[in-house]
Ligand binder design. Structure first.
Ligand code: AMP
Ligand code: MN
Ligand code: MN
Ligand code: MN
Length: 276
């Protein structure tokens, strides 16, 4: 059986490995088909595609779009997109554009919470001048000894409602689906188990996504407990959505699954790759 990993990050967003290093690590871990899905960004895809050709694994062009849905942040992965598509490119640029001002506000907010110079601290971890994220703040908070690890950084400072959290308006769900479809790709709701919504709200999100023409639901993800794989597979099936899987790899030691460690997609769900 071919091993698919359709969600991971490089230095072009908030990962710590370059696109080439990501692909080499995936190939070394036994992944057969890899999609690089940097946040709001397609700039790493050319390099990753070339590295995949060299490593002899199949490459899928991807991205992960930040969306605001009913006041909550939701992520939509695009798979099989044309990275040169103008509509997608402009859409992603518009989403990235708000990140610098937001990051300054996160810095000010952390300053008020007693952590000075966090914006400058986070900048030291930024690896693409096009994109600063909360992950960069988290790496600074860890290194400066304010928190134990990534999870602790979000739990204490960066998650919604915490002192370093700054609400932000990303793309709409309809825009994300349209940009992905306009670029010839499939739209996937990333890690549905991670959103802090009620079960009824989650069904509303997934129903709206399906009505907008969305294609798939991410089922196997480090954000999900193994017991959730079957329930998300059932939700995908009942909504006529396909199923996807990915490590959401950001760096060695930072993720629950390294490349090649992802459990298989449960049976009874149509894989997002069934038509490839
Ligand atoms: P941003 O797009 O700037 O809001 O940053 C979001 C990123 O923060 C996600 O893509 C994850 O990499 C990371 N993240 C969010 N919540 C958590 C969490 N609870 N634990 C670890 N990383 C998280
Ligand atoms: Mn991330
Ligand atoms: Mn995500
Ligand atoms: Mn991700």
């Amino acid at each position: 059986m071919r091993r698919y990993d359709l969600h991971c990050h490089s230095t072009r967003s908030d990962g710590v490995l370059t696109p080439t290093e990501v692909i080499r690590r995936a190939a070394g871990g036994g992944v057969d088909v890899i999609a690089l899905t940097d946040h709001d960004e397609v700039a790493g895809l050319d390099e990753a595609r070339a590295a995949a050709r060299e490593a002899g694994i199949e490459f899928i062009d991807g991205c992960e779009i930040s969306v605001t849905w009913q006041g909550d942040t939701v992520h939509v992965v695009g798979l099989g997109i044309d990275p040169a598509n103008a509509g997608l490119g402009e859409g992603l640029a518009s989403v990235r554009a708000g990140r610098d001002a937001r990051a300054r506000k996160i810095g000010e907010s952390l300053e008020r919470a007693g952590i000075p110079r966090a914006f400058e601290g986070a900048l030291a971890y930024v690896t693409s001048e096009r994109l600063i994220s909360r992950t960069h703040f988290a790496r600074f908070l860890i290194e400066a000894g304010h928190v134990r690890d990534m999870k602790d950084a979000f739990k204490r400072y960066l998650a919604a409602g915490k002192p370093g959290y700054v609400p932000h308006a990303w793309a709409s769900l309809a825009q994300a689906v349209d940009w992905i479809h306009g670029a010839g790709g499939q739209a996937v709701i990333a890690h549905p188990g991670r959103y802090r919504v009620t079960p009824a709200e989650l069904r509303a999100l997934i129903g709206e996504f399906r009505d907008l023409g969305g294609d798939a639901l991410e089922i196997v993800s480090p954000s999900h407990a193994p017991a959730e794989y079957a329930s998300f597979a059932a939700i995908a099936r009942s909504h006529g959505l396909k199923g996807s899987c990915g490590t959401d790899f950001h760096g060695p030691g930072e993720s629950r699954f390294d490349f090649g460690e992802l459990p298989p997609l449960p049976g009874g769900v149509d894989p997002v790759w069934s038509g490839w």
